[in-house]
Structures are given as C-alpha cells and as structure tokens.
Design a protein around this ligand. Sequence first.
Ligand code: ATP
Ligand code: MG
Length: 342
Amino acid sequence: MGPPIIGISKEIERINDLIKHVADTGLNIVISGETGVGKEVVAQNLYQNSPRLGKPFVKVNCAALPEGLLESELYGYEKGAFTGAEQKKRGKFELANGGVLFLDEIGDMPLLLQSKLLHVLQSGEFAPLGSEKELKTDTWLIAATNHNLELEIKERKFREDLFYRLNIIKIHVPPLRERPEDIPHLIDYYITIYTSKFNNKHMLKPGSGVLQKLAKYHWPGNVRELQNVLKRVLVLGGWDEIIDELFISTPSPESPAAVDPLSLKSMASFGGGLLRRDDIQLDSFSLKEIRRQAVDRIEKEAISYILEKTGWNRSKASKILKISYKTLLYKIQDLNIQSTME
Ligand SMILES: Nc1ncnc2c1ncn2[C@@H]1O[C@H](COP(=O)(O)OP(=O)(O)OP(=O)(O)O)[C@@H](O)[C@H]1O
Ligand SMILES: [Mg+2]
C-alpha cells in the first residue's frame, strides 16, 4: 500500500516510534502538516502496523465534495431518501467497518457535518439518510489536515468538542525544509523506485553541491515536490537546470533570493571606492578606460552580490539582473567572478 516512512531525522524517528506505539490502540488520531509532507503515508503506516490490516482502509476527502454529497458519501442513504436517490447507497462509515476511515482534510468539513460526526463518535452509531435505523460502527478514525485546527477553533470554523474527540493522539509531520537531512534518503529511495519503474538505468545521483542546494530550498510542496523534481531530472537527465528552476519558480519568503536584492542603499554602496588610484595605469589613462574599469568593477560587485544572494542560482540571478542567462555566464567568466560558497 503506502511506502515506509523514509527519513533519519529525529522527527521521522519519533513518528515511526509513535506509530508502533499507537497502531494497536485504535485511538482516534489527527495527523497535521503542510501539503505533501506525508500525512497519508503516516495514516497508511498506522493501518499497516495495526490489527486492522486486511480490513478496509477507506479514504474520504472532506474538501472535495460539497456538504450534501459529503454527507451521503459518509453515511449513505436509503432508496428514495431524497429526489434522485434511486438506489440504496452504502456510506463510507459502513464500508470502513472493522477497518480504518481516513478523513482527509478534516479542517474543511462543514460545521453541520462536524456536529453529525461528533454524534457518531459519541454514540458509535449512525443512520444513513432516510433511515430510521441506527447502524453500529466500528471504525478507526484517522483524520488529516493541513489547517491549524486550534486556530480554526478560535475562528469558530472547527468545533472544539469534535477536536478533542478526534485529537486523542496527535501526529505532526514537519515540513521537509525543517528536516533536510531526510532529503538524501528520500532521493535514494525514490531513485531506486523510479529507475526500475521507468526502466532508466542512468538516473544521476546528485553530487554534494546539488545536495547542499536542495537542503537550502524551501520545498513548499514537500516530499511530493521532491518526487516531481526527481522525475524531471530523470527525464531531462541532469540536475543543474532543474535546481536553477526550483529557485526561480518559488522563491521562499525566508530565502535570500526573495529579499529585494537591490535596495537603494546597497545600490548606492556599489559606487563607493571606485577610483582606486593605484589601479589605474597612466599609459592607458583615458576617460573611456576609466569608464570601462568602473563599469567592470560595479558590474562585478553587483553580479557577485546577486549571485551570493541567490545561492549562485544563475537563472534566478540573470532574471534579477535583467540580462540573459548566457550573458551572465559570459560575464562571470569575463569578470572572473568566483563563488565564495563552493
Ligand atoms: N517520509 C516519506 N517517505 C517516503 N515517501 C513519502 C514520505 N513522505 C511523503 N512521501 C510520499 O510523498 C507523496 C506525498 O505524500 P502524502 O500524499 O502522504 O502527503 P500529504 O501530507 O497527504 O499531502 P496533501 O496534504 O497534499 O494531501 C506520496 O507519494 C508519499 O508516498
Ligand atoms: Mg493527503
């Protein structure tokens, strides 16, 4: 079903430990974390380590359906319960009986349905729409959310009483950027999977320079984004371009690349100390030559500054400097600009 939870960070170790401890308790669980961090993988691993393995694992995405449809999806309905209900339909609560009901995006469940869910949790029973009879349910509820439910409670978007019923065990999966030590392990794992899946024997393992950059990247899409990067590298056959793209397309709020690189203050300082007299050869002294040297020096300083700010991301730097990528490469060579980072 799901992959093992790959990673060596203490956060991932803690999660793997927690899974072993709670998997046979059947206690309700809320898994929180940003998109793509692996909340569903955690749910799958809980199930795989539990005595319910082999029974159904049923997933409902509470954000994907409007209120009415979500209700009938969860609880089912009798024939004739409402116009259009031509057949009896069994709800996910019934289908998940004996197994796991994974409520994804629980933070998006409308308030009315939250009340109904609370009732089910309290009584252990539910009635399909249009039915008088309550059915007993024995499902292990695992919920996931990328919202901050505590905040939603304050804003009255999430019921506090439901929260305490659900959130008996809380598993928070931290974003990838907070555990960069997991990145090489995830890469190894998925390179093995993708090379066999796509029958590609030449997938390049990233070198240490690339790994350093990957560790600095913001990863807004977390592990899912890393998977996509690996697939692109696999298709395009190299890391460099793709790494550059990463830093252009999603500058992070914290990454230096997103800081306005040319504030007026820093711009002004580029002019300082221009005419260092010992640098000027008298026989080649001409205003034109001075201008050339001055321009070179300012350009060198500006380009170095931007390259440093972007972590030597040349594509991003060329965009900021508003010159072509090629021109930038040429200037780096011509002006003998060297990285202090590599
Ligand atoms: N620690 C991990 N080890 C191996 N694979 C992982 C790990 N974390 C995530 N993945 C993989 O990354 C992808 C995204 O994970 P998953 O679907 O569980 O994220 P999610 O938190 O549920 O995201 P969303 O909020 O967008 O639904 C999946 O293919 C999953 O298998
Ligand atoms: Mg998910």
